[in-house]
Design a protein around this ligand. Sequence first.
Ligand SMILES: Nc1ncnc2c1ncn2[C@@H]1O[C@H](COP(=O)(O)OP(=O)(O)OP(=O)(O)O)[C@@H](O)[C@H]1O
Ligand SMILES: [Mg+2]
Length: 397
Amino acid sequence: MIDEKTHSAVVLKRLDLSNFRNYSVLHLDIDSGPIVLTGANGAGKTNLLEAISMLMAGRGMRGAGFEVLLAKNSPVPQWAVSALVDGPFGPVRLGTSWQLPDNGTGTSRLGGRIASLDGDATVGIGALAQHIRLIWLTPSMDRLFSGPGGDRRRFLDRVVSVTDLAHSRAISAFEKLMRQRNSLLAEADYDAVWVSTIEKQMAAQAVAIAAARLASIDTLQGHIDAAQARDKARGKVSIFPAARLILQGSVEALLRDNPAVQCEDEYAKILFDSRALDQAAGRTLNGPHRSDLMVLHAEKDMEARACSTGEQKALLVGLILAQARMVKSQFQGRMPVLLLDEIAAHLDKDRRKGLFDELLATGGQCWLTGTDTMQFETLQTKAQFFTVKDGIVSPQH
Ligand SMILES: Nc1ncnc2c1ncn2[C@@H]1O[C@H](COP(=O)(O)OP(=O)(O)OP(=O)(O)O)[C@@H](O)[C@H]1O
Ligand SMILES: [Mg+2]
């Protein structure tokens, strides 16, 4: 019998690591549904989730350099992560590895790693996205609403990138052009024609970035509102409060009211007009690299940053669950894999239970970590429990 729930989720069936942080080797067989990893501080719980997060483009869940991931005292200068994944196209073996360059400097160029798909190592890391999508929530994101705007912008861009694979490329292209413009403007007698050419290219990328952000945020808001309406119709009080998302940014604002071509012209003109200011500041003062995502607690009509620690965490969990539903709707109906590090922290008993119920209802595979098995008591018969100790993972019976 086909299990409908299992069938509608991306599932890691096996995970193999070598020389990845504090894992010299790991071979782990797993099923669909929740996986709970418990163990003392420093055991290797976050490292394991981070290893899984390397199966997507980018620097993974901690944003660390690739050289940092190589196990200390590794006998070979290479780490590797490999997983048997059941995704929209059936079971495939996905892998990624990174080798210390010969000169030993360990420069962490993003292009320096290798990806493989069923043993074919000629594919790029982007090719793995056909088979897997991952969403994570880490303890450092607890400060997302109160911390610097750059963190929220990166969160926003990750939300966009999980479904819009061209988005990261547009951001990299924009940043590269911006660096070129900044260094040209640093010269007193810069070539104005050249700067104009770069500004026009920047404008095209900026509008693409802003358009992708607006589209994703609108879709995400749609999923948040739909869940809220569903709960209301059932007379259920939502454990995770609904968020209202407001995208703040100059190009995004232009794009709300004007056609894309006109926005490109307007932003290119803004850049042209601000050359003297930007030259004095030594950077580009206006653009999509300054945008921010404002999050409001919808029911309270209050900025998330003004909410309590627990309320902020609940808002964040609600956002992540809505994002998961969004990804599912755009990934052939497959739930993405969720990596929820120290998820129980700051959540009271009811919210913890509410989260676990929601996770079970999605039928997706989610990886949960914590120091204490008691935090996951209500999952006792419904999840696979593992103990992690010094980079060794053992099933709990
Ligand atoms: N490159 C590396 N080689 C070997 N060990 C490493 C490497 N990088 C980090 N570690 C170690 O891995 C250990 C486990 O880290 P990890 O963050 O996974 O712990 P954790 O189980 O999540 O703990 P906590 O409960 O405190 O979050 C740490 O002691 C850390 O020092
Ligand atoms: Mg940890």
